[in-house]
Design a protein around this ligand. Structure first.
Ligand code: ADP
Ligand code: TRP
Length: 334
């Protein structure tokens, strides 16, 4: 029997970037060939930040098209929208009772928000409760593994804690503990500032489906070796984000080795290295970019994919929720 995999993506923006792709989406898509996979767009999670209904719809559509264009195959995996399966929200309400307020206060997303200067008074409860809903997303499907980027590790650990606490309370084995599947190499892709994780909220991204001009601008503006002032100075390749991106995106490995060699020697300028990266990006994502444009004209088909996905997801979700209600005593009069 194939092991079950589950993951979600929050449509907090309308497009994915290469950090999302290499850190999460590509590993997820690869697993669809060998595992039983469930992937969903976490639209309820997006409500923590998106309070404009048109924008939310745009984001959801954008992320769904991105996934399908990047190779998610609905004949191999179940792809759905979180809010179409009400059991996610229902299970979250139950699970909230098996985790303490103290532990929730230690979650990064909440702590980071406080650190940006937001007051406790202003932080919405959706953000505070976010990891509980995420635990429900996961535990509902009893998956073996959760492929995500490094920044999601703490959330998966919380899901494990909740599962253990629930199992212990009722002396059951209702929830198997999910494993984080996080890559050491690409679980945290650095942004074009060369410092922080690539993230849309930090403005340090390289897009996938944006206008070529914008992608060029993002790449040309990227941090390189700050100690190299002229093209004739020997440069540093290790830890240089431009070469990390070349390693990830440039399928012409000979060209990459040649550029690295010339960079070390001081016989190539940053501009040429970056221009070659723009060309490599267009080559790598060209087919996906075309496919996305084609899919955007077939929204009826896309809606059908999500509706069929939701039906299949619901079959599993219903069984787990019934089991949980039964365990806690919420069906006593039935
Ligand atoms: P962002 O930080 O841009 O808002 P999300 O939080 O929406 O990205 O992340 C979506 C998925 O992509 C998650 O699985 C997350 O762990 C992964 N991810 C996000 N940024 C990176 C990155 N820089 N490197 C690797 N994976 C990432
Ligand atoms: N928090 C994840 C993100 O920001 C999205 C997500 C929601 C998720 N529920 C999940 C990921 C369950 C894995 C499993 O991208």
């Amino acid at each position: 029997m194939k092991k079950r995999i589950l993951s979600g993506i929050t449509p907090s923006g309308d497009q994915l970037h290469i950090g999302n792709y290499f850190g999460a989406v590509a590993p997820q898509i690869k697993l669809q060939d060998t595992h039983e996979t469930y992937y969903f767009v976490a639209d309820l999670h997006a409500l923590t930040t998106v309070h404009d209904r048109m924008q939310l719809e745009k984001n959801i559509t954008g992320v769904v098209l991105d996934y399908l264009a990047l190779g998610l195959d609905p004949s191999k995996c179940v792809f759905f929208r979180q809010s179409d399966v009400a059991e996610h929200a229902q299970l979250a309400i139950v699970l909230a009772n098996y985790i303490s307020y103290g532990q929730m206060k230690r979650m990064h997303a909440y702590k980071d928000k406080l650190q940006t200067g937001a007051s406790e008074e202003s932080i919405n409860m959706g953000l505070f409760n976010y990891p509980i809903l995420m635990a429900a997303d996961i535990l509902l499907y009893k998956p073996y593994g959760i492929p995500v980027g490094e920044d999601q590790r703490q959330h998966i650990e919380l899901a494990r804690d909740i599962a253990e606490s629930f199992n212990k309370t009722y002396h059951t084995t209702t929830f198997p503990l999910p494993e984080p599947l996080i890559s050491k190499e690409v679980g945290r892709i650095v942004g074009t500032d060369g410092e922080r994780k690539m993230s849309k909220s930090l403005g340090n991204i390289i897009g996938i489906f944006d206008d070529e001009k914008l992608i060029e601008k993002q790449i040309m503006g990227s941090y390189t070796d700050p100690l190299r002032l002229k093209a004739t100075d020997p440069g540093r390749v290790e830890g240089n984000p431009i070469f990390l991106y070349h390693d990830l995106m440039n399928d012409n490995k000979e060209e990459v080795e040649e550029l690295k060699k010339r960079y070390r020697e001081g016989t190539v300028g940053d501009v040429e290295v970056k221009q070659k990266l723009v060309a490599a990006h267009m080559h790598k994502f060209g087919p996906a970019r075309e496919k996305r444009a084609e899919l955007a004209s077939k929204m009826e088909l896309v809606r059908q994919i999500l509706s069929e996905g939701a039906k299949k997801a619901k079959e599993i979700a219903q069984v787990t929720l019934a089991e949980v209600y039964n365990t806690v005593g919420e069906n006593g009069l039935k």
